[in-house]
Design a protein around this ligand. Sequence first.
Ligand code: IDP
Ligand code: MG
Length: 161
Amino acid sequence: MFKPTLPLCRQLTLGLLKPDLCANPLAVSQIHKRIQEAKFEVVESRDLVWTKAEAEKFYGEHKGKFFFERLVGYMTSGPFQALILSKDNAIKDWRGLIGPTHPVRAAINAPDTLRSIYGLTDTRNSFHGSDSDETAKREIEIFFPEFDVDQWRAKETTSTS
Ligand code: IDP
Ligand code: MG
């Protein structure tokens, strides 16, 4: 029998508060306030430090680019925070809240965004956000191996249909 299903709206994304930001506890608490105001639910949160190999693996798609070594050095420079965030359209909304990759461009084109306010340079841009459902699942499972993304999505679909 045909069973109509509503489109899945509530999404998960993986956010990172990068090491430059986490060196400043006041900034971290300001960010969490912005996260709350933007109606994201923080599903899981974890503070960690990366090895060089972990950073190289996560950013494997950028291997060979001129900024790769700098990026790996930055991401291994100190503790940072990984967040599973949930909201309708979480992927697009989180990337919207953090803003364009390059903080100087963000300051010109999207001055209210977090990278515009907190980002330091093209590399040290303070935030990460997944760019698709597939990437979100892969990235969440890197930081939260015990979190079952498929199960969460199945439950969300059932409860909204
Ligand atoms: P995104 O983080 O906005 O998705 P990506 O292109 O995936 O941007 O780049 C990953 C990370 O690499 C950025 O967040 C930033 O830290 C760094 N990066 C990207 N482009 C540049 C650049 O042109 N110069 C220096 N660092 C860069
Ligand atoms: Mg990216």
